[in-house]
Design a protein around this ligand. Structure first.
Ligand SMILES: [Zn+2]
Ligand SMILES: [Zn+2]
Length: 231
């Protein structure tokens, strides 16, 4: 767990393509964006403990989108906390296990390090433990202290989360910093035109800190870096 700014914590490890989740303290309530990889609920629960909080303080969990690397801990966290689960309508039945994620292309083949994820998303295997979504989110909605952006392109219901007062943005898989800084993992972006438009909107937010789905958060020169990948 790394504190990026007061009350803003990033959680991650090497698995799931260096996937990251974000735990937010806002007053007495905790909000979580994404839930890491298989079996990773434990990591989130440990983080809540280390903050001196109770698991019941976790009030809401949002998914940036329905890809498996981001859903691993969801069902267990829901059971442990009773938190409300939020996602975009287009992703909700994937999260709930009623539909598989739209397969990504096999070609062009991504780098060797990304290939296992590309193959997994092409085959829709293995599956995550399904968890029903309680409430839908869309452009302009509030999620804890965040304003929700419908930043489609990587997937049709992909969301980003902006906390304007703190100049903090969670860009999800629209931006990646692993294996290096890029506009997401190219072959995984289902609609390139939408993805490009979303990136330009995210860049215009001028965020100081940007959390991304895969790789370390961007904590210096974030706005410039998002502008660069959006160009
Ligand atoms: Zn994804
Ligand atoms: Zn991802």
């Amino acid at each position: 767990m790394k504190e990026l700014a007061p009350g803003i914590h990033s959680l991650g490890h090497g698995k799931g393509g260096h996937v990251h989740a974000f735990l937010i303290e806002d007053g007495n309530e905790l909000s979580l964006v994404d839930t890491l990889f298989e079996g990773d609920a434990r990591l989130v629960l440990d983080a809540i403990n280390r903050l001196g909080r109770n698991v019941s303080d976790l009030k809401r969990i949002a998914l940036t989108h329905g890809h498996r690397s981001h859903l691993g801990g969801l069902a267990a966290l829901k059971r442990a906390s009773g938190a409300k689960v939020f996602a975009h309508e287009w992703e909700a039945d994937i999260v709930g296990g009623d539909r598989r994620a739209q397969p990504v292309t096999l070609l062009p083949k991504q780098s060797l390090r990304l290939w296992p994820f590309q193959l997994g998303l092409f085959l829709g295997r293995p599956k995550h433990e399904p968890c029903p979504v309680d409430e839908l989110l869309d452009e302009g909605d509030a999620f804890g202290p965040f304003v929700v952006l419908h930043a489609a392109g990587h997937s049709p219901g992909h969301l980003a989360f902006h906390w304007p007062e703190r100049r903090f943005l969670i860009a999800g898989d629209a931006v990646a910093t692993w294996p290096d800084l890029r506009a997401g993992w190219t072959a995984f972006n289902l609609n390139r035109k939408q993805h490009h438009e979303s990136l330009q909107r995210l860049a215009a937010l001028d965020a100081e800190i940007v959390g991304v789905g895969h790789g370390e958060p961007i904590t210096d020169g974030a706005a410039d870096k998002v502008y660069a990948v959006a160009a």
